[in-house]
Design a protein. Structure first.
Length: 262
């Protein structure tokens, strides 16, 4: 299934948060502090990012989401869509996220444990508000397993079957992160992205492994993604957002104008 023509693909900054810090690792392990969420999000907004994802990396482990004050602060002066994930287990959790200023809620562990939670959430808030977050681990040729709890727990669930079921239950968007590629800067798992794209008609966000603008271009043009989420690419200034947009535009990919640039 090929992505329908329409709005330009979205470029998303992903902020994985532990406590007061933005952290980054490789394969979701070896996490190190790379900055604070407030200044980083503000800088990305000023540079023209299209959206921001806040992911509480330990929320599922401790059974609560602790980043809502961060999101509330950001929502005061950052005017792009904000997604909150990590520890979203109930309708009440989604209400709290939206009240903090989030536009969308990303669910993973709770959806795996209770698939009907996807349907319940979509009926309560609309599909456009519900993002299914998937941590995918390759298990042989053409097969990936769904993991939860920031890659700590196996589920035995096949990614391709899960994304289709999630769409049927009402998820409005899929965020798929390749654990094998995450943090490596060696390029995306394009086979994974194409497999997910082929199973659903809702928007797909790819994450995990971006090292260059060419990687992002291939995910958009070759894999048919609606959006690409990057962390290391921006956190370490390997390819700043304005440069990425310029290079994508030069390669013939439509980009959103830098309307947010300071």
């Amino acid at each position: 299934m090929v992505k329908a023509a329409g709005a330009p693909p979205r470029l998303i900054a992903r902020l994985d948060i532990k406590g007061p810090n933005v952290i980054k690792g490789i394969h979701l392990e070896g996490l190190r502090v790379v900055g604070q969420p407030g200044p980083m999000a503000r800088r990305y907004y000023e540079e023209g990012i299209d959206e921001i994802i806040y992911m509480d990396t330990v929320a599922s482990l401790y059974g609560r989401n602790n980043i809502l004050p961060v999101v509330e602060e950001a929502a005061c002066d950052i005017f792009v869509p904000l997604t909150v994930g990590g520890g979203i287990r109930t309708v009440e959790d989604i209400v709290a996220a939206l009240r903090s200023g989030a536009d969308k809620a990303a669910i993973n562990t709770a959806a795996v444990a209770r698939p009907d939670f996807i349907k319940q959430a979509a009926e309560a808030f609309g599909s456009q508000c519900i993002v299914l977050s998937i941590e995918a681990k390759r298990r042989g040729d053409g097969r990936w397993e769904v993991l939860t709890d920031n890659g700590r727990e196996r589920t035995g669930i096949d990614v391709q079957e899960w994304v289709k079921r999630a769409e049927d239950l009402g998820a409005g968007e899929i965020l798929v992160t390749s654990i094998d590629k995450e943090g490596t800067r060696r390029g995306f798992d394009h086979e994974l992205f194409r497999a997910v794209r082929a199973r659903v008609s809702i928007p797909v966000i790819g994450c995990g492994g971006a090292g260059t603008a060419a990687d992002v271009a291939e995910a958009i043009r070759g894999d048919g993604l609606d959006a690409v989420a990057c962390a290391s690419l921006f956190h370490y200034d390997h390819t700043p957002i304005p440069v990425l947009k310029e290079e994508l535009a030069a390669s013939g990919i439509a980009v959103r104008l830098l309307a947010n640039a300071a």
